[in-house]
Design a protein around this ligand. Structure first.
Ligand code: GLU
Length: 324
């Protein structure tokens, strides 16, 4: 008994070479709302279904967008809902040295360059679905004092097969142009930080909302230039208000309740197209997770891009916008 206990506690804390490692990576811009709960549940169940590890990483590298206390509220909500993460919570801001080292490498290798273009300079730049398509103004040098750093791109297709959404391809040079990896205000851009941290933490599969799928080719491009592995990707549908707008802080999505969490967790399973028995809400939180783990099924999520919150009926959930 002693031995087997030992063995299981070791595998619970140390990743082996081929072990599944997943993560939930919220930005502390506000408390968890129902849409982020759904993303957390999906990544958690996918990791547990693979006997993998599940990490929580607070993406706190954009102070202007952060809300004081949000990290603690997010972690408290995860605890109340019965999530059990492996190891300590990771704070992305503590990986600053690794982000800077990656940036320096890209600069030294000539793969990235300073860009002094202001928003005004780019006012007439072409726009596409990914935003401004950077026209390459500073590719061959720039004299500005305050600069962003951009990553060079080419038009070779960057393709991947999403586990739920199928094949995705972008030609970065024409769809986004060279993109920012360090902002003019000195902050490391999300695209670079997420790639460095996923590599550092040995993430084998990323499960997250489809609202970020358009960033994935840029992240894969960064992984290639930095010599990192590309994890698998599953982009789950976003949860929207009845009018089709994504639930978010901006659209007034309320925080998920911290009391009486079971119906809300079940509603998250329904949003993920799982088919919990109606009696499940009478069970304990542990039982609900047990059912969810045993019955986790990606099939009904294939190709699904959005779930309207008003279509998740019958579990006492109300998610009404509360614009402040
Ligand atoms: N921090 C990002 C967010 O909260 C998610 C990043 C990711 O999962 O790659 O939207």
């Amino acid at each position: 008994v002693g031995n087997s206990l030992n063995a299981s506690s070791v595998t619970g804390t140390i990743a082996t070479a081929d072990q599944y490692v997943g993560r939930f990576a919220p930005s502390p811009t506000g408390p968890l709302h129902f849409g982020s709960l759904v993303a957390a549940v999906a990544s958690y169940l996918q990791a547990r279904a693979h006997d993998g590890r599940w990490l929580v990483r607070i993406e706190d590298i954009d102070p202007p967008r952060e809300q004081p206390g949000a990290s603690d509220l997010i972690l408290e909500a995860l605890e109340r809902y019965g999530f059990e993460w492996d190891g300590d919570v990771i704070y992305q801001s503590r990986n600053h040295a690794a982000h800077e080292a990656a940036l320096q490498r890209l600069l030294e290798d000539g793969l990235a360059y300073p860009c002094g273009c202001s928003r005004r300079d780019l006012a007439n730049a072409p726009r596409g679905p990914l935003g401004i398509i950077y026209p390459g103004t500073c590719r061959d040098g720039c004299v500005a004092r305050e600069t962003a750093i951009r990553l060079r791109t080419t038009d070779d297709p960057v393709a991947f097969v999403d586990g739920l959404q199928g094949a995705i391809t972008q030609r970065l040079e024409s769809e986004s142009g060279d993109f920012v990896i360090r902002r003019r205000d000195g902050l490391i851009a999300y695209q670079l930080a997420v790639v460095v941290d996923d590599e550092l933490q040995g993430i084998t599969e990323v499960v997250r909302g489809i609202d970020i799928i358009d960033s994935t080719p840029r992240q894969i491009w960064l992984q290639r230039l930095l010599g990192f592995r590309t994890p698998g990707y599953l982009h789950i549908p976003v949860v929207t208000h009845p009018d089709g707008d994504k639930l978010s802080k901006l659209t007034g999505a309320p925080a998920i309740p911290l009391e009486d969490v079971r119906p809300v967790l079940i509603a998250a399973l329904v949003a993920l197209q799982q088919d919990p028995p109606t009696t499940l809400a009478q069970n304990t939180l542990d039982d609900i997770w047990g059912w969810a783990r045993e019955n986790w099924n990606l099939e009904p999520l294939q190709g699904l891009t959005a779930v309207r919150v008003d279509q998740i009926a019958g579990f006492g959930l109300t998610v009404t916008p509360q614009l402040q």
